[in-house]
Design a protein around this ligand. Structure first.
Ligand code: ADP
Ligand code: MG
Ligand code: ZN
Length: 633
């Protein structure tokens, strides 16, 4: 296999095996040749066909006319063309020709004797070239057919040598300078970027590092939630580094054909080692790196073999061999423990959802090249998008631009950003849905209830907007505006939030004396939050400092080994969750009863205006008095 030099601006996406470029060229040459040969062959065939037909000037005579004329002595001379089975010559009226059925000895003999008898001078011409016509007319069409098939094959065939084409790793080799993405396109991941910058610098100047006796890690694992820029960061590294960069997705190794996965890994690493120094990037590592299980039906064997091969290959390089393996996964928790042992992925870089500064940076990156109005406050947009991932933010900018275009505006305005955020959180408005007056009333009170309880309790976020226009499945909507990024939340804050979640339901109950199915989403969220408080955060008074995360089987990392706790604890958890919810609902009701006047005012304003936000909403909620400190359970 020829060693590849790193060419700038080479053809895009060459296959990994080194001679791929060359074989591609050969293929092109053969194709051109075949294309040129086709018209030549066809023309030749045509010429041969035309020429093989007899061409004799003069009148055609039937054979009986000819013998008659012969007898009358009106024929002057004759030439017998043997292969053409014709007699040609001149007679009193000029040129003539006669066709006779060829190959018949008796006719031939009779003709010659008749000519002799008539004393007409004649000659027999052998036409040896014409004897070749028959084999040529057989061979030429066959050649044309074969040429045509070759063209089809070269155009559409997979090429390569049969079965081994299956094991081609399918990796992409990025030429340096090919990727337009650089670290400048990544925001908010400074620490992670630092690690990668170190790798880049090491690979471009290993001597400097070796002189210091420092060794750069063999494997770096990027972990973190989806859409936060792991793949992007790797692509940035590809664009920045000046050594070859190979990328492949873990799922490319997972194949239904037995033995293909391990073969692909072998191919992939073989090519990488030949191109050292280089960077190898395996995206979605969990597809191959999932823990091995001892049980399980078919299919898992293949995956295990693939994973084993990966482990073998990773042990295969010396550190300092110049191959750095970069991998990314959303699920580090399910990776096989063997992968995480030192010497394989020995450095782990956690990528988190961006904080407010990071979000601002990401929004600015994606807003580049879009016509933004001067009044757009990117900082404010960043503040409003707590918990959004990088991909969500890219979406916000795109959606805002789409909205601006749809609304016929030439620049993207701040309100388009806000609307984009709302659409992404809750789906587009469904203004076409007609509500009965009762539903309108109930939904208005429901949303007003959320707003009131949130305003009264200190631990909740500020309410930024209320709406009774349907979106997605929800009849109405309450938007909370987080104050900022919080590293952690306290127990009292969480209890306040649960109360605010139940505020809508409590208001419905209070004013209509009835409950509706519309509060299902709120209820689900409240229950799961309460449950997490008890089981994950150890925030219950009954169970105390106790975490009851379900235990995963430590070897396979999948499936519940057991619930991990006893029946007694299970019923304690349920009782505790129930208590929390009951008390939260009582607190919500207490607020609503105390602030009934404000509740009515907000609900009626909402029925009137359909959406309330900004100063209007703040003004309506102003009279709400802050509830004293959170009640302790
Ligand atoms: P994942 O972590 O799941 O691999 P990606 O890297 O594929 O996420 O990110 C998806 C998209 O989100 C990127 O193409 C980019 O547009 C945007 N994005 C995510 N994180 C960032 C970031 N830190 N800076 C800029 N854009 C980002
Ligand atoms: Mg990714
Ligand atoms: Zn609600």
């Amino acid at each position: 296999m020829a060693k590849m030099g790193s060419k700038r601006g080479g053809k895009e996406d060459p296959e990994v095996p080194g001679d791929a470029d060359e074989s591609k060229n050969n293929r092109k040459r053969a194709l051109i040749l075949c294309f040129l040969a086709l018209p030549v062959l066809v023309a030749f065939y045509g010429v041969v066909l035309w020429w093989s037909n007899p061409h004799t000037p003069g009148d055609e005579l039937r054979i009986d006319e000819f013998t008659e004329l012969l007898r009358q002595g009106r024929i002057q001379d004759a030439e017998i063309l043997e292969t053409d089975s014709r007699i040609a010559g001149s007679y009193e009226r000029g040129q003539y020709w006669v066709a006779f059925s060829g190959g018949n000895e008796t006719i031939f003999a009779r003709l010659t004797s008749a000519l002799e008898d008539a004393g007409v001078p004649f000659s027999v011409t052998q036409q040896p070239l014409k004897n070749l016509v028959y084999p040529v007319t057989l061979i030429l069409p066959a050649l044309i057919l074969v040429d045509g098939l070759f063209i089809l094959f070269l155009l559409f065939g997979r090429g390569g040598d049969g079965f081994s084409a299956f094991s081609r790793s399918g990796a992409r080799r990025h030429q340096s300078g090919e990727s337009k993405i650089t670290f400048a396109d990544v925001a908010g991941l400074d620490e992670a970027m630092e690690e990668l910058v170190e790798v880049r610098d090491y690979l471009s100047n290993p001597d400097k590092f070796l002189a210091m006796g420092a060794s750069v890690p063999k494997g770096i694992l990027l972990t973190g939630p989806p859409g936060c820029g792991k793949t992007l960061l790797a692509r940035g590294l590809a664009g920045e580094s000046n050594v070859p960069f190979f990328s492949i997705s873990g799922s490319d190794f997972v194949e239904i054909f037995v033995g293909v996965g391990p073969a692909r890994i072998r191919d992939f690493f073989k090519v990488a080692k030949e191109s050292a120094p280089c960077i190898v990037f395996i995206d979605e590592l969990d597809a191959v790196g999932r823990g091995r299980s001892t049980h399980g039906l078919g299919g898992t064997d293949e995956r295990e073999a693939t994973l084993n091969q990966l482990l073998v290959e990773m042990d295969g390089f010396e550190s300092g061999s110049g191959v750095v393996v970069l991998a990314a996964t959303n699920r580090p928790d399910i990776l096989d423990t063997a992968l995480l042992r030192p010497g394989r992925f020995d450095r782990r870089v956690a990528i988190e959802r961006p904080d407010v500064k990071g979000r601002e940076g990401i929004l600015r990156i994606h807003a580049r090249g879009k016509p933004l109005s001067d009044e757009v406050d990117i900082e404010e947009v960043a503040k409003r998008t707590v918990g959004f991932s990088g991909a969500d933010l890219a979406n916000v900018v795109n959606e805002a631009a789409l909205l601006a275009a749809r609304r016929g505006s030439t620049v993207v305005e701040h309100r388009h950003f806000i609307e984009a955020i709302e659409r992404l959180m809750a789906g587009p408005e469904r203004r076409s849905r007609i509500l009965s007056p009762q539903d309108r009333y109930r939904i208005a009170y429901h949303e007003a209830g959320h707003a009131l309880v949130s305003t009264a309790l200190p631990g909740t976020d500020r309410v930024g907007k209320l709406s009774i226009v349907a979106r997605g499945h929800a009849g109405g909507f309450t938007w909370w505006i987080p104050e900022g990024d919080q590293a952690s939340v306290t127990r009292s804050q969480l209890l306040d939030r649960i109360a605010a979640m139940l505020g809508g339901r409590a208001a419905e109950d209070l004013v209509t004396g009835d409950l509706s199915s519309g509060a299902m989403g709120d209820l689900d969220a409240a229950v799961s939050l309460a449950r997490r408080m008890v089981t994950d955060f150890g925030m219950s008074s009954r169970l105390g400092a106790f975490s009851i995360r379900p235990l995963l089987n430590s070897a396979t990392k999948e499936g519940l080994m057991s619930s991990g706790y006893s029946e007694r604890i299970a019923s304690e958890i349920d009782a505790e969750v129930q208590d929390m919810l009951r008390q939260a609902e009582e607190r919500a009701k207490a607020v609503l009863v105390a602030e009934r006047k404000v509740l009515d005012a907000v609900a009626h304003a909402l029925m009137e205006a359909e959406t309330l936000e900004g100063d209007v909403l703040d003004g309506l909620l102003l009279p709400v008095s802050q509830a004293p400190e959170t009640v302790r359970l």
